[in-house]
Design a protein around this ligand. Structure first.
Ligand code: ZN
Length: 153
């Protein structure tokens, strides 16, 4: 971006994104991939998070934190939650496909619970990594995302 002004906000968001990426790499061996058609999801079997690169950097940061929240829920760490076994115990009706499959009520409720908790974990992770979020923008993004799941259920 030679000769172009990069806004402070954008620069900061990029620095924060890098911090989350490093955390994911070192703590969980999870890679982050950006794609214009990316689906914004964590693929546990590939140890990869896919992020849609059409969103602005603040949105990318929020989405990445949320997906990292899924990683923490499923693999543990950042305080509480023991790995794996606890996830299965905590989400007994979850099927391997997550929201790709539309199961019975029990399953759908577990999917919704995981979505809500992944946003909460993402917020905890931001705090843990000293990333200061704009709470208003963050909660609007979170609620928009949760709304699609509430409709799906
Ligand atoms: Zn999610």
């Amino acid at each position: 971006m030679k000769g172009q002004k990069v806004s402070y906000k954008k620069e900061k968001a990029i620095a924060h994104i890098n911090r989350v990426e490093h955390y994911l790499q070192w703590e969980h061996s999870v890679e982050v991939e950006y794609d214009r058609d990316g689906t914004n999801e964590y693929r546990p079997n590939l140890s990869r998070i896919e992020i849609n690169s059409r969103q602005n950097y603040t949105s990318r940061l929020h989405t990445l934190l949320h997906e990292a929240g899924h990683v923490i829920l499923r693999k543990g760490r950042v305080q509480q939650f023991e790995p794996k076994k606890s996830f299965k115990k905590g989400f007994p009706h979850m099927k391997t496909g997550g929201s790709d499959v539309r199961g019975n009520w029990d399953h759908r409720i577990d999917v919704l619970r995981e979505e809500v908790l992944a946003w909460e974990k993402g917020e905890e992770l931001a705090q843990y990594l000293s990333i200061k979020l704009n709470k208003k923008v963050w909660s609007r993004h979170r609620n928009e995302a949760l709304k699609t799941y509430v409709k799906w259920i």
